[in-house]
Design a protein around this ligand. Sequence first.
Ligand code: ADP
Ligand code: ASP
Ligand code: MG
Length: 445
Amino acid sequence: MKVLKFGGTSVGSVESIRNVKNILASREGKKVLVLSAMAGVTNKLVVITELIKAEDHSAIAHIIAELKDKHENTIDALINEPDPNAQAKNFVNNVLNNLKEICKSNYSERVYAEVVTTGETMLTYIFSTFLTNSGIQNNFLDAKEFMQVSNLENPDTNLVGKLFQKSIENLEASEIYITQGFVRIDAQHSISTLKRGGSDYSATILAAAVQAEEVQIWTDIDGFHNNDPRYVENTHAIAELSFEEASELAYFGAKILHPQTISPVIKKQIPLFLKNTFTPDLPGTRISAEIHSRGLKAISAKDGITAIKIKSNRMLMAHGFLKKIFEVFDKYETAIDMITTSEIAISLTIDDDRNLNEILEELNDYGEITVEKEHSIICIVGEGLIEDKSTSRLFELLNDISVRMISYGGSNNNISLLVDTKNKVQTLQGLNRKLFEERIMPQFV
Ligand code: ADP
Ligand code: ASP
Ligand code: MG
């Protein structure tokens, strides 16, 4: 079994949906398809959740009418037989009528999840009906039956596997299963999400659950690039990455993969391929345990970082001090990304600032606190990077870049810099010039 995930732009128009069908038709074997919502739809649904809070029901009705048109037009363009056409429209109308009812409730996390996941529900049904109408047999699955993920960081893939088998056992045998990305059932048995961009994570959880032979993530670019193509020109696709390299890059902001995507497939050693739906014959990127090339690979950036400095004269190297500081973050379930210490101060970064006020209040007992928001972590990644002597030349870069913190040597394959987000693009471009154009650190193979 292979798991194939198609993202928003891959199912964003009639033409791209037809491309997806051709990709499937040219590949043999059993497949589970994990699909996102049509491009732009989830953003609109998120706007609806804001309008629920504001109780702006006429604006909600307006967006729902737009979504109805968009999906009905897609159905008309793809499904010409009258019966399946009517059946798909009926399904979409039921989903949207249900959405209207939900929008009358008070805002809650459950309401948020119910609303934002409807894009996936509509698109998967349309796609399944389109395939059937084109003579390609397939089974439509409701991911809520099996995507039980209580712990977002550490999903129980065995449980998901058992539930998946149960939901397919009474279905007609078929080569293709179609299901929704993004949605999950949480520890309270309530509908929830895997966070924005979470369909990538749905695909790897499912791949680990069914012990798939491989996962393919199909998107709108020809693989994992060496730098963020949204900010830097002349980036290129990387032929292969190790699981560790890809995890660091995804965790530290490479938008092409949801931050948690890699962990389920590392455990089961399932290779992951990144492919372009619009140029399917290009090789894309292979992410696996086999590394054939070492050295510098890529740079990514994660925004929304808050730096916290705790300065204390009585303190730092006294044993037990760091423990107390970490306990505060642990109490508020807030992960720390970077950390540096000196004799009288400790600086660390977090990306989840939901409990920042409570954390700062408690840290006040330990010293003088300074907080700097709107920073970005720039992450330079490559297997064995730290072992390469030329890495020291990286410090030449610091002449041009204003860096707030550096993390070097935490792992063999990652160097992280904390910069003010205002300087992020300039830093990414500067690093690209030095590292990939002037090649001050030659990539070693
Ligand atoms: P999908 O909707 O298919 O999930 P995304 O928009 O989430 O697609 O991810 C693909 C986009 O990620 C690319 O179009 C590109 O702009 C962006 N991106 C950011 N960093 C990278 C990178 N290092 N390599 C490739 N794409 C990247
Ligand atoms: N549709 C969801 C989002 O836009 C999930 C995804 O595309 O991965 O966040
Ligand atoms: Mg994505």
